[in-house]
Design a protein around this ligand. Structure first.
Ligand code: C2O
Length: 480
């Protein structure tokens, strides 16, 4: 093997750190140049056009107008509300990065080892909550039209405003990557089959992922819909950060990726022609192995258990598997709850569980989950909401973080409300682990086991003339 060297592991860097030395740091400069090449290619039948790449994520084009090579699920294929959300987007980023690197190297004669930077909106460093400056300037470094600029973003963001700091807090993620139950809160999403629109959203997909889509896209911008999101050049830096956060989570104590073969051996195909890429989910778990060959600046590479046969099929490792017990419904709202432009409170009656989780009435449950089930909408712009438990009606809720169950945006709700031959259109479900809130209330004798008050507070201005409807099908309380 003399002379053959290991492929270099490329490092994806923090776009804000780069921007501080130079808004047009070479990594960002070459990104703009290459994105411009994709954007100027308006031939949707050419896999190296921005539209052909973005349509893999989502498109409104009729399948009859798709290039024949792309096949029936080659476009409109992003995986959401599913345990495939993270690996699918990891492969998608790799597909995109490989094309850009090739354009930068071969066509633009730039560096040969370019890697996608990430946008780390760090709540402890407020300046990073704005878009990096290269995404706001109408002109690029050479004084030409800047391909990273688009007016189809939230107006305040384009004026240099910041995403909501509370939307990018990353504490309190579940230890569990996935669950068979759609009501158990998970980090990565529930166990599903192919899932473009999906049903239950994993915690990372909800916070900060979906919230940042909303903060950047605003009511009707590119980032606010599956069908347009990947046309915004910031989409890719946002997703690189989400991909990085997966590694950050993996480095946490007791955090394991799934070892199920349904996850590991799931194939996904991208693109067509010379750039066509096909990968198994099992090939995404170690980013420093071929074909991915990258890592993130500042994140130690998570140790990956050596799995038999490369994919954990013939005798996987001994892993500390977190028990997966289906939670039991103990209370539900009487009917649908409309989501409006003002604060809404709903009282849910709770009856002690009778099933396997049966408890003596005074016994506190081990886990309490709150679910906002089947959130559906039509013809409304992007919105986000915060959800509180036992919120006093006369108090500013910003001052009550100990009662905050979590936040969500409606990114994906419009999509998940439409049915097609594969998916029923039942909307999205958000599930929150409220155990520590309940324990806090118990500690001060303020917990009533027979009832739970849930308050949903809009975080965004709701457009006056918006004709559409948005509602939660049911609010559920589960013991686990
Ligand atoms: Cu497939 Cu951030 O979306």
């Amino acid at each position: 093997m003399g002379g053959v060297t290991e492929p270099a592991i490329r490092v994806r860097q923090n776009a804000w750190t780069l921007s501080q030395s130079d808004p047009w740091h070479p990594t960002i400069y070459w990104y703009e140049r290459a994105f411009d090449v994709l954007k100027k290619n308006e031939d949707v039948n050419d896999p190296r056009s921005l539209l052909a790449i973005a349509n893999i994520h989502g498109t409104e084009l009729d399948p009859n107008q798709w290039p024949p090579q792309i096949g029936v699920r080659g476009w409109n294929a992003c995986q959401h509300a599913s345990w495939y959300f993270l690996p699918w987007h990891r492969i998608y980023l790799h597909y995109y990065e490989t094309i850009l690197r090739d354009i930068i190297d071969k066509k633009l004669h730039g560096p040969s080892d370019w890697a996608l930077p990430f946008w780390f909106y760090d709540p402890t460093t407020p300046a990073t909550l704005a878009l990096p400056p290269a995404f706001l300037a109408p002109l690029n470094r050479d004084g030409d039209e800047n391909a990273l600029y688009t007016s189809r973003r939230e107006t305040s963001i384009m004026a240099g405003g910041r995403v909501n700091k509370d939307d990018v807090e990353t504490s309190g993620w579940p230890n569990r990557f996935s669950s068979q139950s759609p009501f158990t809160p998970t980090f990565g999403g529930p166990q599903t089959g192919w899932s473009h629109r999906g049903s239950t959203v994993g915690s990372l997909e909800r916070e900060p992922h979906g919230l940042v889509h909303g903060d950047v896209g605003g009511p009707f911008g590119l980032m606010s819909l599956f069908e347009t999101a990947a046309q915004d050049p910031i989409f890719w830096l946002h997703h690189a950060n989400i991909d990085r956060l997966w590694d950050v989570w993996r480095n946490g104590q007791g955090h394991q990726n799934p070892i199920d073969s349904a996850w590991l051996t799931r194939p996904f195909n991208f693109g067509f022609g010379a750039d066509q890429l096909s990968m198994l989910v099992g090939q995404t778990v170690d980013t420093t192995a071929a074909p991915l060959d990258y890592r993130y600046e500042g994140v130690p590479v998570p140790t990956v258990p050596s799995v038999g046969g490369g994919l954990g099929l013939d005798g996987g490792p001994e892993e500390a598997v977190v028990e997966d017990i289906a939670p039991e419904l103990v209370g539900a709202s009487d009917g649908p709850v409309p989501l409006t432009g003002s604060r809404t409170s709903v009282r849910v009656d709770v009856t002690p569980p009778g099933g396997p989780l049966g408890l003596a009435p005074e016994e506190p449950p081990a886990h309490v989950f709150l679910t906002l089930q089947n959130v559906r909408g039509k013809d409304v712009g992007m919105r986000s909401y915060a959800v509180y438990i036992e919120a006093p009606s006369d108090v500013e809720l910003d001052s009550m973080p100990h009662l905050l169950a979590g936040r969500f945006s409606t990114f994906g709700v419009m999509e998940a409300s439409q049915s097609d031959e594969w998916e029923p259109g039942n909307g999205l479900t958000f599930s929150f682990d409220i155990t520590s809130i309940v324990q806090g209330l118990q500690a001060v004798d303020a917990w009533d086991p027979a009832t739970l008050n849930v308050t949903v507070v809009p975080q965004t201005e709701v457009g006056q003339g918006e004709p559409g409807v948005l509602e939660i099908g049911q609010i559920g309380v589960y013991y686990g």
